[in-house]
Design a protein around this ligand. Structure first.
Ligand code: ZN
Length: 279
């Protein structure tokens, strides 16, 4: 086994294959439980992969208004606002700019970085927000220049998340806060879906060739701590429901609200949001 298959969290090279599709394996580290992809694509390929990935997504979904997404952003900004006053915020993987627009409305001075050309352009032209069209690298930003950094479903696409988190620590000011949202592989829905992976030949939360990493609360917390952060809170979230539009019918609307409440409060959703402070 080559060293390139070493775990990004604990450096152990022993793992168990939990899912495989063609030549791509999803493995679980025997040392710490981190779930990751083998082979890992070269960092230089990441921008191309993002472009390919975005072309698979219906563009209108990215532009469309989602009340649930707005609510999740609003809750996260409220939580962030309880931790610090608005200052400079960097949104890594800012997509079409919806979160940055919501943050700006709350008084944050926002910058985004986004590898997809169309998404970065939309953020700039529609929201008039600075969105750098590139992958995130340290040299683009000054040390200790941001009060907060946010990553909405971005960390799982980075081939070397530990190095990226160390970079984020460097560009954060003293006591700066990092907010990360990722899928939670141990939430109920991904676990149930995973039980049927060999029959369905599919596991949407761990789809080989799409996500490079899959975190649990334990592995996300451990990686943040290893990279110099104190984890303040990890909240349940629900990525699944982002794509569900709220129907106009009040009964359906109430039902969806109840399902979302249950998912969030009993960890039956599929994602989590971590709030961590630079130490
Ligand atoms: Zn490990």
């Amino acid at each position: 086994m080559s060293s390139e298959n070493q775990c990004n969290l604990c450096s152990v090279s022993k793992y168990k294959i939990i899912f495989q599709k063609d030549d791509i394996k999803i493995v679980k580290c025997s040392g710490c439980g981190l779930v990751y992809t083998i082979p890992m694509p070269e960092a230089s390929r990441i921008k191309e992969l993002f472009l390919e990935d975005y072309t698979r997504i219906k563009t209108e979904n990215n532009f469309s208004h989602s009340p649930l997404r707005d609510q999740i952003y609003s809750e996260a900004l409220e939580c962030l606002g309880n931790l610090m006053k608005p200052g400079r915020l960097l949104d890594i993987g800012c997509s079409y700019g919806q979160f940055m627009a919501a943050a700006r409305d709350k008084g944050w001075k926002v910058t985004g970085v986004e590898p997809c050309v169309a998404a970065a352009r939309h953020a700039r032209e529609h929201y008039k927000i600075e969105a750098i069209n590139d992958i995130f690298t340290e040299e683009k930003f000054q040390p200790e220049s941001f009060d907060a950094v946010t990553m909405w479903d971005t960390l799982i696409y980075m081939p070397d998340p530990s190095t990226n988190l160390l970079t984020i620590k460097n560009i954060l000011k003293k006591s700066g806060v990092l907010v990360i949202r990722v899928d939670d592989i141990e939430a109920l829905y991904p676990r149930i879906e995973g039980m049927f992976r060999s029959i369905r030949k599919k596991w949407s939360h761990l789809e080989p060739g799409v996500n490079l990493y899959n975190f649990s609360r334990k592995t996300l917390k451990a990686m943040l701590e290893k990279c110099g952060f104190k984890v303040l809170r990890i909240a349940n979230s629900e990525k699944l429901w982002w794509s569900v539009s709220v129907p106009g019918n009040p009964v359906k609307k109430t039902l969806l609200k109840a399902v979302r409440w249950t998912a969030r409060n009993f960890n039956m959703g599929d994602a989590m949001i971590a709030y961590a402070r630079k130490i």
